[in-house]
Design a binder for this molecule. Structure first.
Ligand SMILES: Cc1cc2nc3c(=O)[nH]c(=O)nc-3n(C[C@H](O)[C@H](O)[C@H](O)COP(=O)(O)OP(=O)(O)OC[C@H]3O[C@@H](n4cnc5c(N)ncnc54)[C@H](O)[C@@H]3O)c2cc1C
Ligand code: FES
Length: 261
């Protein structure tokens, strides 16, 4: 079991990027290290947080700062947004199994909604370790107002960005799963995805039908502890042996062919 380090750090910056979505940023203390796909449990007992820690994927690590891209969905994710700069935040991590980074000429990232979060850091790492590789992002939201602007990440981290909205208000109308045809079947592509369960299930089927073998999804389940104690985060295993896995320990990054969707 790897329960990660426990640190209390002051919040350095809160930046709103789109409707309900914001970055929480911190100075990286000495010895801070994590890999793309790792997550941290965040809480703030010093501020009287009325909840247990919440899991957040590492969003980016750049220079002396690291951050989390957060969407205010409920109690905790809305409450973090109200905290003033300087507030102490308790972070436990890094936790879980991060993305593998196979050597490929094309890396295709597919994000639905706040599933965008882990791909800044993943792209930054791949850019550094595989400078000749092409990094593509397909990113879908319900509507234009939810789309997080990618700013300098577009071009710097992602060679190609294709945007999708359910209502057609930005980019192509439809879901990210509709926009894969040009890459499906490319044997040089590694695939990474994060987003709502229904999107991941549909994407898993399409990639499977296309014969893609290098596929990693970052999944979400409710998590109370983040390191294997509470058993809240079970994911049914396709082979049935074992019947379930714990997402916080065996994931959150899994091969979708191992999941009973
Ligand atoms: C490994 C992991 C990484 C994550 N990374 C990020 C991230 O980078 N950015 C981010 O904004 N969020 C991320 N999440 C989701 C985030 O943890 C949840 O949004 C958060 O726990 C919701 O807490 P809340 O108190 O705001 O909402 P609550 O008030 O507890 O719930 C609000 C609504 O969201 C649903 N919900 C809550 N948690 C989850 C969940 N884990 N999966 C699906 N539905 C849920 C509830 O059923 C409810 O409908 C991640 C989750 C996991 C497991
Ligand atoms: S979150 Fe507690 S066992 Fe996975």
């Amino acid at each position: 079991m790897n329960p990660g380090a426990v640190r209390t750090l002051p919040l350095v910056e809160v930046e709103d990027v789109s409707k309900g979505t914001y970055w929480l940023r911190f100075h990286a203390p000495a010895g801070f290290a994590c890999d793309p796909g790792h997550f941290f449990m965040l809480s703030s007992p010093e501020n009287g947080a009325p909840f247990l820690g919440r899991p957040l994927s590492i969003g980016d690590v750049h220079g002396e700062r690291f951050g989390f891209l957060v969407r205010a969905l409920g109690g905790a994710t809305a409450w973090f947004r109200t905290l003033p700069v300087g507030s102490p935040i308790r972070l436990v991590g890094p936790l879980g199994r991060p993305f593998l980074q196979p050597e490929r000429s094309v890396h295709c990232m597919v994000a639905g909604g706040i599933g965008l979060a882990p791909f800044f850091y993943l792209a930054r790492r791949l850019r550094a370790t595989q400078p000749g590789a092409r990094i593509e992002l397909r990113y879908g939201e319900r509507s234009a107002d939810a789309h997080a602007p990618l700013m300098e990440a577009e071009g710097e981290l992602f060679d190609v960005v294709e945007r999708f909205t359910d209502d057609g208000s930005l980019g192509a109308r439809g879901t990210v799963v509709d926009g894969l045809d040009d890459r499906l079947g490319d044997p040089n592509a590694a695939w990474y995805a994060c987003g709502p369960h229904a999107m991941l299930r549909a994407l898993a089927r399409r990639l499977d039908e296309a014969g893609a073998t290098d596929v990693q999804f970052s999944l979400e389940e409710r998590m109370a502890c983040g390191f294997g104690v509470c058993q809240a985060c079970i994911v049914p295993n396709r082979s049935g042996k074992p019947r379930y896995r714990l997402l916080c320990m065996d994931g959150p990054v899994l091969d979708p062919r191992e999941v009973a969707w």
